[in-house]
Design a binder for this molecule. Structure first.
Ligand SMILES: C[S@@+](CC[C@H](N)C(=O)[O-])C[C@H]1O[C@@H](n2cnc3c(N)ncnc32)[C@H](O)[C@@H]1O
Length: 279
């Protein structure tokens, strides 16, 4: 691929992204700038990245900067992404978390935090998984907090609207019909699941929304483009909110190695990391 030499406008826009979100857009991924920012520029009749950089600096409200950052975030997601991970959650992690919670004499509620939930598919998949297994845990409640920094992604998640093309990604038709209802050409999460996920906008580099401890934290495909320092800080945040014995799930290309001792890979559950007992 042709190497792109960063202009001062490119540097300014990538610094804005990193400062607001922790996401680093390296030189080899600079090509994303023009593609991702095209719609923002077209909507404002801005014809170059230089002009966009100047407009961001001139906009005291910060509104344009927010649109630019949103456009540069990678919101790639799908229902039941990495299906084996969801099978492990349903077959092993939820039953073990229930047994642990019972042994601790806590009320029959499990808490999950989806950190970096994009447009909601990951959190809805967890809600579907839990309801599909309802016969195995009839008296249990599941609280799902799902957070993301992207204004547009969280607005979409909160609306419950799923475009047709995204609904088909990862969901068999029978599940689409079971959990969603048609909405024009698209779909909407149906009443059986609506209200089961609390979607909130929040920044993982300065989180305000999570509270207390979560039995399971999913932070998948979020820290790939964080610097090692940011990853370390994020693992401290996740450890602070992880229940004793709780799990962390990362994306396929992500690891805790050399970054934290708060979580350790679980030999029994490939892909899961267990909160190490602080004592
Ligand atoms: C590639 S998506 C992954 C979505 C989902 N976890 C999955 O694996 O399908 C990464 C998400 O992380 C969000 N994100 C990136 N930096 C963030 C930050 N500092 N705080 C919160 N969310 C962030 C992005 O907006 C994006 O929606």
């Amino acid at each position: 691929m042709r190497e792109i030499v960063a202009t001062s406008a490119m540097r300014m826009l990538t610094e804005l992204l990193e400062q607001k979100t922790g996401q680093v857009l390296s030189e080899s991924r600079l090509w994303r700038l023009e593609t991702a920012l095209g719609p923002v520029m077209r909507a404002r009749a801005i014809h170059s990245l230089e002009a966009l950089g100047e407009a961001v600096q001139a906009d005291a409200s910060g509104g344009l900067a927010t649109h630019v950052v949103d456009a540069l975030l990678n919101n790639e997601t799908s229902f039941f992404r990495d299906a084996h991970i969801f099978a492990m959650i349903g077959n092993a992690l939820i039953p073990e978390a229930i047994a642990r919670t019972q042994a601790q004499g806590r009320e029959p509620t499990l808490r999950i935090w989806c950190a970096g939930c994009s447009t909601g598919q990951e959190a809805w998949s967890l809600a579907m998984l839990f309801e599909n297994g309802r016969a195995r845990w009839p008296d249990w409640r599941l609280e799902i907090l799902a957070t993301d920094i992207s204004h547009s992604a969280i607005a979409r998640a909160q609306s419950g609207i799923v475009p047709q093309i995204e609904a088909q990604r990862g969901l068999p038709v029978s599940e689409m019909l079971r959990w969603m209802e048609p909405e024009g050409d698209d779909w909407r999460i149906g009443p059986a699941l609506r209200g089961k996920v609390d979607f909130r906008r929040d920044n993982l580099i300065d989180p305000k929304v999570p509270s207390g401890y979560y039995d399971l934290i999913l932070c998948r495909n979020v820290l790939l483009y964080f610097t090692p320092e940011r990853k370390r800080d994020l693992f401290s945040v996740l450890a602070r909110h992880s229940a004793p014995g709780g799990w962390l799930l990362l994306g396929a290309g992500e690891t805790t190695i050399d970054l934290t001792t708060d979580f350790a890979a679980c030999p029994d559950h490939r892909g899961a990391y267990r909160r190490v007992d602080p004592a």
